[in-house]
Ligand binder design. Structure first.
Ligand code: NAP
Ligand code: MG
Length: 526
């Protein structure tokens, strides 16, 4: 039997360890322990105080099984937003005034706490999101690595304090990056640990105080991130945690005069709304990471088996509910038949079921609204194109209890809305292309520009792809995931065009600096 400790067992999105026996044993133990914790009520936290809101609660229901209530969370109202903003403002001077090294030390401790708790957090996340075991573990591992990577950024730049040139011998010039103040941190459901952690940890180490709001489908994972901060020594008030509906409290939070900046990861629709609304009265940082309509291009010179594996993993991992998921395949007409045969063969072989169980790859979609979106896309594909695989609901046995649909592959016209909008459900559109010009033109002919994949054996084609594709995170010949699998410090995750606002992504070297504003300090010393 392996002697590896739970903490030392590291999983990333591209892990393919031969021996995962110990991992599954630890995961089983965590799932069993979790059963005793289900169904509890959780407060929100403002200024370090636990607060229970009068009235109905937010039931945290597993998409795997609608009868499984993971917990009951508060439905915060606008008054709680006001209180959280006041608490964050009250805490901002002391947190910003701390030496940056102290903030970094506290955050590194939070990363260690996440690693200590990773099996527990991955187990609850698997139920909460409907993520498979390896994906759930990757999410929390990434969270801890994100913190360390951003801490390294602070260390490397000496807290972003830079001695500048003196124009005369009697002056001293220093450039400092300073926090904005209070940030609202709004996270999506699909990477409820990594995105909440990435945004919040960077904002915190830069010296800002926060109001954290997880997606209403994933409040429990969000709460675990808050707890890791507090247990590491981040004072209450510096971090505040509220749960509730974005449609009720979102605008109040992002448009609050006491909020100095917003960092948001989620859909283009909500992100654009925040951007428009904020810009009417304010010039405040509004950091947006939004959706994708990510293409993978397959050329005749490609290793078609590798291409089919890469597309299969990036299209069906987390049921296509990744911002980085491949949702369009542009395959050269000469190899389309063989590529599609391989892709369908690999898709058929996927293990669909309860993703919390060992060996299951593909689970449910997040909620009933996602099932409706899927139905709409499939109906349109029947009307506008040709459905090659899947398209139905899965209701056999226990699957009937959850939000299960089959992976759907369809040939659809490039100009249809199906190929322009993000659906965020397991629907993969296929377009046949004539040559590389055609492939690149169609790949770029969308409002999004997050990730892109390319399979080719020709060096010149690869160089053209690098130079001409309009996307921030791109991959060539990657069978473990054609467009997915970014990791802190290895693949910065940057949305171009409608996929992101700042042009500098999470997981990358320029991220933390975005949470600070520059101040040039000149002092006459002579
Ligand atoms: P979403 O519907 O846009 O929600 C994201 C967050 O915004 C949730 O916390 C939501 O709260 C909140 N919200 C809703 N209305 C709001 C408002 N008016 N003001 C402020 N906040 C509001 O996205 P999702 O369905 O959770 O996540 C999927 C989307 O995220 C996809 O588009 C995906 O591509 C994108 N994504 C992008 C990246 C990236 O790095 N670029 C990474 C992951 C995901 P409620 O849950 O309470 O509605
Ligand atoms: Mg749920």
């Amino acid at each position: 039997m392996s002697t590896v400790s739970p903490k030392d067992m590291k999983i990333t999105y591209t892990s393919s360890h031969a021996d995962l026996a110990a991992f599954h044993r630890f995961f089983d133990e965590a799932l069993e322990a979790l059963e005793g914790e289900l169904g509890k009520e959780y407060p929100i936290y403002i200024g370090g105080e636990a607060i229970v809101v009068d009235g109905p609660k937010l039931a945290d229901i597993s998409p795997v099984d609608r009868d499984k209530v993971l917990g009951h969370f508060q439905l915060a109202e606008k008054e709680h937003v006001d209180q959280a903003v006041a608490a964050a403002n009250a805490a901002k001077k002391s947190w910003a005034g701390k030496p940056w090294q102290e903030r970094v030390a506290i955050l590194r401790k939070a990363a260690e706490i996440m690693r200590d708790r990773k099996f527990h957090i991955a187990a609850l996340m698997a139920w909460e999101v409907g993520k498979n075991r390896l994906e759930a573990m990757g999410d929390i591992e990434e969270s801890a690595d994100l913190i360390d990577y951003y801490c390294d950024s602070m260390d490397e730049h000496s807290g972003y304090i830079t001695e500048m040139k003196a124009l005369t011998p009697i002056e001293r010039n220093v450039d400092v990056l300073r926090p904005y103040g209070v940030f609202a941190v709004i996270a999506p459901f699909n990477f409820p640990a990594a995105l909440m952690t990435g945004m919040s940890s960077a904002a915190l180490m830069a010296g800002n105080t926060l109001i954290m709001k997880p997606a209403q489908d994933t409040p429990w994972t969000g709460l675990e991130i808050y707890k890791a901060y507090v247990d590491a020594g981040v004072p209450g008030g510096v971090v505040n945690f509220i749960t509730g509906k974005g449609s009720v409290i979102g605008d109040h939070l992002t448009l609050h005069p006491g909020v100095d900046g917003v960092v948001f990861t989620g859909s283009k629709e909500v992100g654009m709304r925040i951007f428009h609304q904020m810009s009417t009265n304010w010039i405040k940082p509004c950091l947006l990471e939004l959706g994708g309509k990510n293409p993978t291009i397959v050329m005749p010179s490609a290793d078609l088996d590798a291409a089919a594996s890469g597309v299969m993993r990036s299209a069906w991992g987390l049921q296509n509910q990744k911002c980085s998921a491949t949702s369009r395949v542009l395959v050269h007409k000469d190899v389309a038949d063989e590529f599609l045969r391989l892709l369908i063969e690999k898709t058929e072989a996927i293990h669909i079921g309860n993703p919390v169980r060992e060996g299951v790859y593909f689970g449910p979609v997040i909620n009933a609204a996602a099932v409706k979106k899927y139905d709409k896309a499939v109906a349109a594909a029947h009307e506008l194109g040709e459905v090659l695989y899947g398209g139905g609901h899965l209701t056999e046995g226990d699957l009937a209890k959850g939000f299960y649909v089959s992976p759907c592959i369809a040939k659809v016209p490039h100009d249809s809305w199906l190929m322009k909008e993000e659906h965020f459900v397991p629907f993969l559109g296929v377009i046949l292309v004539d040559d590389l010009d055609d492939a690149l033109a169609k790949a770029n002919d969308v409002d999004y520009g997050l990730t892109a994949g390319f399979f080719s054996g020709e060096e010149a084609e690869i160089e053209r792809f690098y130079d001409e594709i309009e996307a921030g995170t791109i991959y060539v010949n990657k069978p473990s995931g054609a467009t997915t699998g970014a990791w802190p410090g290895s693949q910065p995750f940057t949305g171009w065009k409608g996929s992101g606002g700042s042009g500098k992504g999470g997981c990358g070297p320029y991220y933390v600096a975005q949470f600070m504003r520059e101040q040039s300090r000149t002092r006459i010393i002579g």
